[in-house]
Design a protein around this ligand. Structure first.
Ligand SMILES: Nc1nc2c(ncn2[C@@H]2O[C@H](COP(=O)(O)OP(=O)(O)O)[C@@H](O)[C@H]2O)c(=O)[nH]1
Ligand SMILES: [Mg+2]
Length: 304
């Protein structure tokens, strides 16, 4: 399953690895550092991380750790510095001491939220052997309930739903009750796609959270924010807004396969301290990879 992570980084690797190798074949002078910065920004590490990586490499050069025009050494140092910036946390969904575990999923419309929920359901069942129940709490957007239902049928997982327009809190209540009654391992809760400009929707997210925690103490055990990797740094702004409404415990980074912006993983970790737990690497339920530090580094720089 980690192989999918490497595959999802193919575009980033194509843009980054070759460029770095020819760059580091030159002696490390200011022009090389400038080009390095451009490459890092192109891969969406963001200005803050790029600046830090640049000074780390410059310090390595001064310390004699990167001999002139030794591309291999320079690349290895850069890889180590990127690795240092990543958390060492376990990407696996944190399970409750006793079922059901509740995973709340939020994110702006169009980022890939519903598809990512289908992937999570597939992963939890097929790769972790857990029973899954879906809660269709996106009662706001037309056809959102139906879209989730189509996935539920295809994946043969159960779903609790009410018609579009129903109170999302009521659906959450029903779903929590059903998960308790059926002794489901994991309840995955879809929510309406929100924009920071829509105050009431952010309030509703808080309400869903309260309903869940009252019904199942300690829940939600995970709150995953889905971000679209193709929008790069703009995802950081979305994450900041959601973090104010709910305690985000992890990022599901969708559409990594469609972009060369794989550096965003480190940018998110650096700016927000929120780990990327899963990445989406395509449009089918199997296209999900738990985040793994070494595979990520292999995926960026080649090797592995
Ligand atoms: N290539 C690719 N496409 C994705 C991925 N995740 C979602 N999509 C596509 O993004 C579009 C929007 O997804 P959807 O789940 O409906 O987004 P939502 O509005 O946030 O629920 C759909 O066409 C999905 O197939 C991914 O990891 N890779
Ligand atoms: Mg959706």
């Amino acid at each position: 399953m980690f192989e999918r992570l490497r595959a999802g980084l193919a575009k980033t690797r194509a843009a980054l690895a070759g460029g770095l190798r020819s760059l580091f074949a030159r002696p490390l002078d200011p022009s090389v550092l400038q080009d390095l910065e451009a490459l890092l920004l192109g891969a969406d590490f963001g200005p803050a991380v790029a600046a830090r990586l640049l000074s780390a490499i410059e310090a390595d050069r001064k310390a004699g750790l990167v001999p002139p025009a030794d591309a291999g050494a320079a690349l290895a140092r850069l890889r180590a510095h990127v690795g240092e910036g990543l958390g060492r946390g376990d990407p696996a969904v944190r399970l409750a001491p006793a079922p059901p575990t509740v995973v709340l999923v939020c994110g702006v419309n169009g980022v890939g939220k519903t598809t990512s929920i289908a992937k999570l359901a597939w992963h939890l069942r097929e790769e972790r052997g857990l029973s899954v129940l879906l809660a269709a709490c996106d009662t706001f957007r037309a056809a959102a309930v139906e879209q989730l239902e189509v996935w539920a049928r295809r994946l043969r997982v159960e779903i609790v739903r009410q018609p579009t327009g129903a109170d999302a809190g009521a659906v959450a209540y029903d779903a929590a009750e059903a998960a308790l009654a059926r002794k489901t391992d994991v309840l995955v809760v879809d929510t309406a796609g929100r924009l920071h400009t829509r105050e009431p929707l952010m309030a509703e997210l808080g309400k869903i959270r309260r309903v869940l925690s009252r019904k199942i103490p300690g829940s939600p055990h995970e709150t995953l924010l889905v971000l679209d990797a193709t929008v790069g740094q703009n995802g950081l702004a979305q994450a900041r807004v959601f973090r104010e409404a709910v305690e985000v415990t992890g990022i599901f980074l969708a559409k990594l396969d469609g972009t060369a912006k794989g550096g965003i993983v480190l940018a998110i970790q650096d700016a927000l301290g929120i780990p990327v737990k899963f990445v989406g690497t395509g449009e089918t339920p199997e296209d999900i990879a738990p985040f793994d530090r070494e595979r990520y580094l292999d995926g960026l720089f080649g090797g592995g």
